[in-house]
Design a protein. Structure first.
Lengths: 95, 485
């Protein structure tokens, strides 16, 4: 199989990465060569194999739902790309 | 001063404890050398002024019982450090200053170590040559315009060039062991779940693991003692009984059974590496180990499975970089175009490729064909190891299928770059511990490494076998300091 330009643009959209036509063509070439390499997996019969989802196959440990850190609003907001000191600010979403 | 930089970590600690050297003398020596080694481009961020201040404090009233008393260390810029820029080698995090500390680095400071600064790495640890970093290529001290390997390339280069007495890296598909092999240093990837992932910039969560990079095996054991601890903050941290790795080091490996996997004899592998491996086998025999031929039949499928699993997890982990809460932001007419422009400008080519691969294999209609298939292959690869470990204690392989290459040699062809990790990736997929130790050199005088793969949670065994080999190999890098200005 091969991945066409239309699919590349669709994946870029899903990935929230803007790409121009030149970049899309580059990615088409790269991804197709990578997937050609990945297709080797089809040679293996895995019908009776259970997927391995995690190496540490233990159940997740529970912990109490407790507040450990308080009053860190300033710390959290200090890396915000917007200068607003009270909120995270994004471009207007509702008209 | 040249004496200081040539000492191993354990020798430095010994001298500090005996008060033959002060923390300030040592810290100043490594800083002075780093100032003269800027051409290697190992550092992304230095914290030298604070380091000198901390060394002074340590000398005044430090605790000499600590495991790393007043020892300066530079670390990979993938570990979050409180109040010090942490970039993961990416433009998208180029202005990010964490307000918390990674668990693993916190363990270092709790044992008296002093942070020198943050070392270059491939962007989000995606790369095998340190050529995907937003902050530029790193040169290896083993040769001009030679890559140090990746993704912990800055760490390997800084360690080999003696800019830090030891360091820590992270290993998702070989990112500790491959650069260690390329630079003539020791790199240990512990068992998945040994060292906390809390505060490490995530790449592929089911594979990522932090570990020591050191001048010798003893130093690796010492560092592992400090960083391998159970952590409630990492849901995959495993609460097993850790060893007293440094104290328990032993070079008696009589009767140990070492497996040699036939599948690691790959086409086109240089003769030098084949003979390095053969010499390793002979050495183990001479040390009293039993050599057993084994088969890991699904080895060839590890790399293609990895290039589904790792990008899939990366595409999810990297969804958080959207220009809203931290990091780089680009402008856009609306929210969506702000996201798209931010990610397009903030991520480099390799990271974009992997996000796209991951998004594709997880997208509607393809999940079963790719992601589920890869997880099944992953099971088969782990089963191969489980089967082999019924008859052997550890496995010996080459660390990499080639020695270090020149900057730019493999950047045009992603697949040829990926093939670098052919011997290291199966270990991450199976969650096992493995170590790369320097074992020889090729015709260009570039180092070559041997890899020992162990059973899960049996790091001590792995350390002992490599410790006994190291004594006999007596490898020396003999670098000529050509980069010093």
């Amino acid at each position: 199989m091969s991945i066409d330009l239309k699919t590349i643009k669709h994946i870029a959209k899903l990935s929230r990465i803007s790409i121009d036509d030149k970049k899309a063509k580059e990615l088409e070439k790269d991804l197709n060569s990578i997937f050609e390499f990945i297709e080797a997996l089809n040679k293996v019969d895995t019908k009776k194999v259970d997927p391995l989802t995690s190496i540490a196959e233990t159940s997740l440990k529970l912990r109490g739902d407790e507040v450990k850190t308080k009053n860190i609003r300033e710390q959290i907001l200090k890396n915000s790309p917007d200068e607003n000191k009270d909120f995270f600010v994004v471009p207007k979403v509702v008209e | 001063m040249s004496d200081i930089i040539n000492l191993t970590l354990s020798a430095l600690i010994d001298k500090i404890k005996k008060k033959e050297l002060s923390s300030q003398e040592i810290t100043n020596a490594f800083i002075a050398r780093a100032e003269k080694s800027k051409d290697l481009n190992t550092y992304i961020t230095t914290d030298f002024e604070n380091a000198i201040e901390k060394a002074k404090k340590f000398d005044e009233k430090g605790n000499f019982d600590y495991k790393l008393p007043g020892v300066p260390l530079a670390i990979k810029d993938l570990f979050c450090t409180n109040n010090l820029k942490t970039t993961a080698g990416s433009k998208i995090l180029s202005n990010f200053i964490p307000s918390y500390e990674s668990t693993v680095t916190q363990h270092l400071w709790d044992e008296g170590a002093i942070l020198l600064g943050k070392l270059n790495c491939d962007e989000f640890a995606m790369g095998s040559s340190n050529e995907t970093s937003f902050f530029g290529n790193v040169e290896s001290p083993v040769g001009k315009k030679v890559v140090p390997g990746g993704s912990s390339g800055g760490s390997a280069s800084a360690l080999a060039a003696k800019l830090t007495p030891a360091t820590i890296g992270t290993d998702t598909g070989g990112s500790i062991r491959q650069p260690a092999s390329f630079t003539g240093t020791v790199g240990l990837k512990p068992t998945y779940g040994s060292c906390s992932r809390y505060g490490i910039v995530a790449f592929a969560s089911s594979l990522d693991q932090a570990g020591p990079m050191t001048q010798d095996v003893s130093d690796a054991a010492l560092m592992l003692d400090v960083i391998s601890k159970y952590d409630i903050k990492d849901s995959t941290s495993v609460n097993f009984k850790r060893g007293d790795y440094f104290k328990s080091l032993s070079s008696n490996i009589k009767g140990k059974k070492i497996g040699i996997p036939n599948e690691y004899r790959v086409d086109g592998m240089p003769k030098e590496i084949e003979s390095l491996w053969q010499d390793g086998i002979t050495l183990l025999k001479n040390l009293g180990a039993k050599i057993i031929d084994i088969s890991l039949p699904h080895t060839n499928y590890a790399l293609p499975a990895y290039y589904i699993v790792a990008p899939a997890e990366a595409s999810s982990n990297l969804a958080r970089y959207d220009g809203v809460k931290y990091g780089y932001r680009s402008e856009g007419e609306n929210l969506i175009s702000m996201y798209e422009n931010t990610r397009s400008e903030g991520f480099g080519d390799e990271v974009k490729r992997r996000i796209m691969i991951g998004t594709y294999v997880l997208s509607s209609g393809y999940y079963d064909a790719y992601y589920l298939k890869a997880q099944k292959i992953r099971r088969l690869i782990k089963n191969d190891f489980d089967e082999a470990y019924k008859s052997v204690d550890a496995i010996l392989t080459p660390s990499t299928p080639s020695s270090a290459f020149k900057i730019g040699d493999k950047t045009d062809d992603p697949v040829s770059m990926y093939l670098n990790d052919i011997f290291t990736v199966p270990v991450n997929l199976s969650g096992l511990p493995a170590i790369s130790i320097p074992a020889g050199k090729d015709k260009n005088n570039y180092p070559l490494g041997l890899q020992l793969i162990g059973k899960a949670f049996e790091e001590q065994n792995l350390l002992n076998i490599s410790y006994s080999m190291e004594k006999e190999l007596s490898f020396k890098n003999n670098l000529q300091d050509w980069w010093i200005k």
